[in-house]
Design a protein around this ligand. Structure first.
Ligand code: ATP
Length: 254
């Protein structure tokens, strides 16, 4: 299958510190990849570089074969590279329906309607209903974000990302901060993501990594030190050394 996303020899340094050190990877439709690494390994910087929120010092990023290294973040979203919307970027006074509706309009280049009553547009509302229903949020679609639980806000991030119809979805710790009682809903949402979507998830929770990922990439000091199957990652000597044993006792779930 031809790759949907390619990163080649990406480099970024802050001052003298190489934070992204010659990173290359490819993703195909349907991939389920977990990107892990110790604190400060460079995971967030990598995501910022590929989404266009930071400029690399050198290297290339391609989406669907097209070189996008010089394309801005919005242009990359239009081409199908979407990062999960962060809770901190949700508007507390807006409703889930308004968030997802705006994402649908943005995707279709109809932001001129943003201040009209787009919630009366049947085609927009059909998509809003459908997505919020799938994520179990339909019952509170007209409540303010400030009134809904944190776990529901994290599900809303996923709904907003999906409204943009991504080909590649980057998820930054989708269950972080969610009470244990609500993580099942997030995991279900991850399991229900479209089969042909390529997903890369940054995650510290190794139980979630082993349940979600079919491939694991380990970043340490800005470089990829492992790219392979989940069942092999904890056996890898370089990975064990990078974590100094902190994850080495975790075991993959069959
Ligand atoms: N804008 C910046 N200027 C200078 N140094 C930075 C900047 N952004 C990140 N760094 C440094 O780059 C390194 C990698 O940071 P990054 O946030 O990408 O790591 P991470 O793997 O996402 O960490 P964590 O798991 O703790 O979120 C760290 O040493 C960090 O201090």
């Amino acid at each position: 299958m031809s790759p949907v996303f390619e990163v080649a020899n990406l480099k970024k340094a802050f001052g003298g510190l190489a934070v992204t050190n010659n990173v290359s990877l490819t993703m195909s439709p349907g991939d389920r990849i977990a990107l892990i690494g110790p604190n400060g390994a460079g995971k967030t910087t990598f995501v910022n570089l590929v989404t266009g929120n930071l400029s690399p010092d050198s290297g290339e990023v391609r989406l669907g074969g097209e070189l996008v290294t010089k394309v801005d973040a919005i242009g990359r979203v239009r081409r199908g590279l979407v990062r999960s919307f962060q809770v901190t970027r949700l508007f507390q006074d807006m409703t889930p329906a308004e968030h997802v509706g705006l994402a649908v309009l943005q995707r279709d280049g109809k932001t001129g309607h943003m201040f009209g009553n787009f919630l009366r547009m049947p085609d927009v509302m059909a998509e809003v209903d459908d997505l919020l229903e799938k994520l179990g949020l339909a019952f509170l679609m007209h409540r303010k974000v400030s009134e809904i639980a944190y776990g529901q806000q994290r599900l809303l991030e996923i709904a907003v990302a999906l409204a943009l119809k991504p080909k590649v979805l980057l998820l930054d710790e989708p269950a972080a901060g969610v009470p244990q009682s609500d993580t099942g809903r997030i995991e279900q949402a991850l399991a229900d993501l479209p089969a042909d979507l390529a997903v890369l998830m940054i995650e510290h929770d190794m139980d979630l990594v082993f349940r979600f990922a079919r491939r694991v990439i380990v970043l340490a000091s800005g470089a990829i030190i492992f790219d392979g199957l989940p069942e092999d990652v904890t056996k890898d000597a370089l990975v064990r050394e990078a974590y100094l044993g902190s994850y080495a006792n975790a075991s993959p779930v069959a």
